[in-house]
Each structure stands twice: as C-alpha cells, then as structure tokens.
Ligand binder design. Structure first.
Ligand code: EPZ
Length: 420
C-alpha cells in the first residue's frame, strides 16, 4: 500500500491550480443516466479514485464511458441495460447511492446495494428512500439492497427533508426531473455542488428553480437531451491548500476557484491572522511568517463552515497560538484524525462532539495512519510542520479526493514523496 513521506519545516510559497470538485462530479456523472443520449462533462478530476469508481459503475450498467486525458468524461447512457449498482462497487464508494434517483426516474427500476457506514459515521440513507417512496415508488430493503420499482413515471411530490442532506437532495432532485408533475423539496441542501448539479441538469432541459436556497421547485419533463457541462472548482481542495500556506506560515495562492464558495473558510483564516487577497478566480493566503492564532470552529450546512474542512483546521489549531474548540455537528465520528495528531505531539481533549485543542509551538514526526479522506489531508498538513520525516500510511483515502497531492505540494515547496 502506498504511503506518503513528508519532511516538516518548509514554509510553502507559490501557486496551485485547483481541480474540479469531486462532490459535484460524482452526482453530475450519475445524472448522465437520466439522458437517452450523450453528455460531455469537463473539468472532471479524473485522477480521483471515486471518479474512476463512478465511471466503472456507469460502464457496469452498460453506459458508454470515455475518459479523456484533459479532464473530460463522455457518457452515452442510451445503451444502459443493467439497473443494478453492485455491492463490490458500492462498498468502495458510498456516493454510488446517487444512481438510485436517475435509474428509478428513467427506467422505473433500480437495485442499489445499501451503502454501509464508513469511518466518519453511520451515514444512513433513510431520507433518500423515503423521498423515493413519496414519488410513488415501491422501495424495499432486501438482502442488503435497496430495490426500487415504479410502474410508469414517478409522480411529483412535496418533500420536506427532516435533515439537510447533500446527496439526499441531489438524488431527489434528479428523480424529480423526469417525474410527472411538480416537485417541491423543502429544507434542501444549499452546497455549491448541489447548485452545480442543478445547473447541469437545467443545461440538459430540466426545469429546476431555487438552487442555492433551501427550497427547490422542479417541473418534471418527459426527457432530458444531451449536452456539455464543466464541473465547478473544488472548494474543499482549495481550502486545504490555503490551510497548507497558513500552517507553514507561508503564502499560497489557489487558482481556478470560485472565491464566493470559500467565504466561511476565508473568514476563519482571517481570524487566524492571515492576509487574504481575492481575485476574479483566485484567492491568496499569506501568513507573512507569523504563527497562526487559534480559531474556534463549528461545522454546519452551507453556507456555514463545512464539515469537510474541520480536520484541516484542527491541524492548524494544533500549532496555533492559544486554545480553540472544534464542534462537529454533522457526523458523529469525525474526530479520528485527533488521535493521530496526538502522536505528532498535539494537545487535544475530546468531550463528545467537541475537541479542545491547546496549540503547541512545534510537532514532532511519527508514523501515522489515515482513516478517512479529510483526516488524511489533515495529517499531511500537520506533517508539513512536524520536525523530521512523517510517514502517513493508508493514503488510498487521500487519493479518493485529492488529485496528485504530492506534486501539487512539491510545487509549493514542500518536501514530500510517495512510497509504494
Ligand atoms: C456529502 O455526503 C459529501 N459527499 C460529504 O463529503 C460531506 O461531508 C457531506 O455531504 C456533508 O457536507 C458527497 O457529496 C459525495 P449528508 P452525504 O447526507 O450527502 C444525515 C468528503 O469528504 N443523513 O449531507 O452523505 C447524515 O447521517 C465527503 O468529500 C440522514 O440522517 O452527507 C449526516 O448526519 C465526506 N439520513 C447528515 O445527514 C439520510 O438519508 C448530513 O449528511 C442522509 C443523511
């Protein structure tokens, strides 16, 4: 298994190009199943394992999938014949659940392996299932599968989500596109990746209004047509590299971003003492050689502070000046990186869903293990300032969400290499 070796102590200084958003590409690629034709998706982070898994899943169903070397994926779902998402693929990527809505809406049938939990939490999909039932589908859970059927078309419905769910909103929005009649989704997720999916679907002839707000209104249509679409930049990847600049007291500019998607992250970097500059499609974080100040974090649905940036700010706080608290309100077990950071010398106490971190003046290198995607990114950040060579194991987690992380960090001046 690959591991990363990182030597701490280098102050990062430079510019990095941000890739397309994983969490927009996955629902958009699944959404291609709604089209009886060809769709060309660009700015796809095709090097990511989760994107490869999604492409594999689409091909398994009989879709034609062509992956270019320029970040484009062309999907021809006219030939889809197998409405099944098998356990072998779903167990490696929970987001496979995103094929449920498209398959049910277009073919009236979907057998999707029930995604298990994962390291960060139980990750139920009850809201996905109950929403499909409200569209008139018969949905059973049998032998570890979600088996959904509907005679004819789904019927538009008014759905009130009891919890803000990103992929739940996406699944139901996709199903509603081809339903007979109007659908209203209340308490919908407002994440930029949800909005990107809505813009993609509208480019294919869907009629969705309200994206970016907590109320979506979808007018069902008989069919969607093919087209082309470019995936939105990855705000979490961008935030991760900005924190890399902050934690090393250096200067990092992220290029090819939507600055407005980073507001909550930039506010916290400013609180930490960074000088933040914002351009048309770039953002720069300059710590000017100073030690970051401790910042309190509380995660919540967009536009509040994203849970996917919680681990990265935990790393920053371990070497910040002062004591900070981090409250994780979205997932019940998203503090596993804290144990690994303690191995590097961090001073962290956990009380329920709150972590109290006392910043130390320095960390020391040690072997550590990645447990989930964003936790592994936070260990890389901590290793950038730990004295000595830190070895990070199980970095297959990191390859799920960060394209070429070692080359991007090397481009910023980090001493980091991959070891097979
Ligand atoms: C999406 O996961 C993202 N993944 C996650 O990113 C992200 O952390 C999460 O949203 C929150 O922003 C993708 O978009 C592929 P949720 P998702 O449904 O949709 C509860 C990463 O690092 N819930 O918004 O699975 C759930 O337990 C990944 O890139 C139900 O109770 O998250 C959680 O407490 C990690 N029933 C809360 O809602 C349901 O049916 C939010 O989860 C669905 C969710």
């Amino acid at each position: 298994m690959d591991k990363l070796l990182v030597k701490g102590g280098r102050r990062l200084d430079g510019t990095v190009q941000i890739s397309g958003a994983k969490n927009a590409a996955l629902p958009i690629l699944a959404g291609c199943l709604l089209v009886d034709g060809t769709v060309r998706v660009s700015n796809v982070p095709t090097a990511l394992r989760d994107v490869a898994t999604t492409n594999q899943l689409l091909a398994h169903m009989g879709a034609g999938v062509t992956v270019g070397n320029d970040g484009t994926v062309v999907v021809d779902a006219a030939s889809v014949s197998e409405c099944v998402a098998p356990y072998e693929l779903v167990k490696t990527m929970r987001a496979s659940i995103l094929v449920l809505g498209p398959l049910l809406a277009r073919f009236g049938s979907a057998d999707v392996s029930l995604p298990g939990g994962c390291a960060i939490g139980e990750r139920p999909v009850d809201l996905h299932v109950s929403g499909m039932r409200q569209f008139g589908a018969d949905v059973r859970i049998e032998n570890g599968f979600i088996k959904a059927r509907v005679n004819g078309r789904l019927k538009g419905a008014r759905i009130v989500l009891e919890t803000v769910t990103v992929t739940g909103t996406e699944n139901l929005m996709m199903a509603a596109c081809l339903a007979d009649g109007t659908t209203v989704i209340e308490n919908a997720a407002r994440e930029p990746e949800v909005t990107d999916l809505a813009c993609f679907l509208n480019a294919l002839g869907a009629r969705i209004v309200g994206a970016g707000t907590d109320t979506l209104l979808i007018e069902g249509v008989a069919r969607l047509h093919g087209g082309s679409y470019a995936v939105v930049p990855d705000r979490i990847e961008a935030g991760t590299y900005l924190v890399a600049g902050a934690i090393t007291q250096g200067r990092v500019r992220v290029n090819g971003v939507v600055p407005g998607h980073l507001d909550a992250i930039l506010a916290k970097l400013r609180d930490a003492g960074a000088l933040i500059s914002v351009g048309e499609d770039w953002v720069e974080c300059d710590m000017r050689g100073s030690r970051p100040k401790a910042v309190d974090i509380r995660t919540a649905p967009y536009p509040a502070f994203p849970t996917d940036m919680q681990a990265q700010f935990a790393a920053l706080n371990t070497v910040a000046d002062g004591v900070s608290t981090i409250v994780e309100t979205i997932f019940e077990n998203r503090f596993m990186h804290m144990d690994e950071m303690r191995r590097l010398g961090a001073e962290i106490r956990i009380e329920g869903n709150t972590a109290i971190i006392r910043g130390v003046t320095g960390l020391t290198a040690a072997p550590v293990m990645a447990t989930d995607l964003r936790a592994s990114a936070s260990l890389v950040l901590a290793a950038l300032v730990a004295d000595g060579w830190t070895r990070i194991e199980r970095i297959y987690h990191i390859d799920r969400g960060y394209e070429r992380i070692e080359s991007k960090l090397q481009g910023l001046g980090a001493e980091i290499r991959r070891e097979s």
